[in-house]
Design a protein around this ligand. Sequence first.
Ligand SMILES: Cc1ncc(COP(=O)(O)O)c(C=O)c1O
Length: 405
Amino acid sequence: MFRQPDECAQIVRSTLMIVSETVRKQIEGASWIRRMFEEGIRLKKERGAENIFDFTLGNPTEDPPREVRAALLKLAGQNAPGSHGYMPNAGFPEVRRKLAESLKRDTGVPFTENHILMTVGCAGAMNTVFKAILNPGDEVIVPMPCFPDYRFYILNFSGEMVPVETDASFELDVAAIQSKITPKTRAIILNSPNNPTGVIYSEAVLRELEGVLQRADHPIIVISDEPYKSFVYDGATCPETASIISNCIIATSWSKTWSIPGERIGYLAISPRIPEAESLSQACTFTNRILGFINAPAIWQLATAEAPDALPDLAGYREKRDLLCDGLAEAGYEVLKPQGAFYLFLKTPIPDDMEFTRILQAEGVLAVPGRGFGRSGYVRLSLTVSRDTIVRSLPFFKKALEAVK
Ligand SMILES: Cc1ncc(COP(=O)(O)O)c(C=O)c1O
C-alpha cells in the first residue's frame, strides 16, 4: 500500500516538530518519486526483488564509460600538487577553458573560461543561479510537466514558480509562455530533452521564443537545464538553446551522461550575449560559495577535462526504449515514443494516474504518478532498468490494463 498524503503528513507532524513550517509543508506536498522508491524497497522485501519491476528512479544502472573510469584512476595515481586543494571558486581555470572551447565550437557563441562555473551537479548549478538572480516575489516560468524539484529551487530564494502548459505533444506553447510574462518575470526554465516527457524542443519553437524575449520590456533569462543533452534517439538532434536564445544560461551535469549522479559534478555556462554576463558570472561564483558548495568536487572537475568526449551507451538505452514502447503499444497502451532523455511518460488508460499506479503496483510494477510532475493522467517509467526487467514486466503491464477494461 502507498502511504496516503494524510498519513505522511501525520508522520511529518509527529516527528519533525523542530523542522520549519515551510519545509514541513514542502515535505508533505513533495517527493512522489522518493516515496515510490521507498515503497519499492518494502515490496521487494515482501515479495522478492525478482517479482518487483521498479521503474521509478532516474538513477542510471550502467557503469560509467570506460574512459571516465580510466581518467579517474589516472588522476588518483598522479596525485598532482594542488589537485585536492581549494582552487578558484569557479573551478580549475584549465578545465573551464576546455569546456568553454567545446561550447564555443558547438554553439558558435564566444564562451570563455570566465563564463563557466563548475558546480555541484545540475541541481547545484540551478540553485546557484537562482540565488544570484531572484529577488523575493520574482517569477520563474516553467513549462509543464516538469522535474518536481524546480519548485523548491525557486522557493529556496523566495521566488514564485509560474507553471505554463505545453501542447498536446508536450512541445512548448510560446503564446502561452508570452501570456504569463509580467514585470516580475525573471527567468524561464527549459529542459530539453525533457524529464519526464522525452520531448526535444524544436529549433522553430525556440526561435519563436527568442522573438518574444527580444520584444519583452526587461531582460528575461532562459535557464537551459540540459542534463539529458546526450540522450537523443533515431538520428534526432537537440538544438543548441544557447545558439538561439540570447539570454541563455546553460545548467547541466555529467550525472546522467556518465552514470555518476552520486559524484555531483556539473557546470553553469553564462552566455556572453547576456547584458552584464561578466558580473552575472561573478555573482554566481559568489553564490556558489555562500550556498556552502564552495567549489565543485576537484577530482571530478579534472576528470571532465580528461575524458571530454565520453558518451553514454545510447544503443543500449534505445534498445530498452523500443522494447518498452513497442511492448506496451502491443499490449494496447497509447504510447508516445520519447525522442530523448531516458523516460517514458505513459498515458494511463484511466484518467486517475494515482489509481492506475496502485493497479500497476498490485502487479509488481512501480511507476511514478504523472501528478508528481504536474500532469495527471500519466505515469513516468524510467529506462534506467535492465533489459531483463522490461521483458519480464510486460505481461504485468498487460494485466494492469486488462484490470481497467
Ligand atoms: C531535469 C533535471 N534537472 C536537474 C536534475 C538534477 O541533476 P543533478 O543530479 O546533476 O543535480 C535532474 C535529475 O534527475 C533532472 O532530471
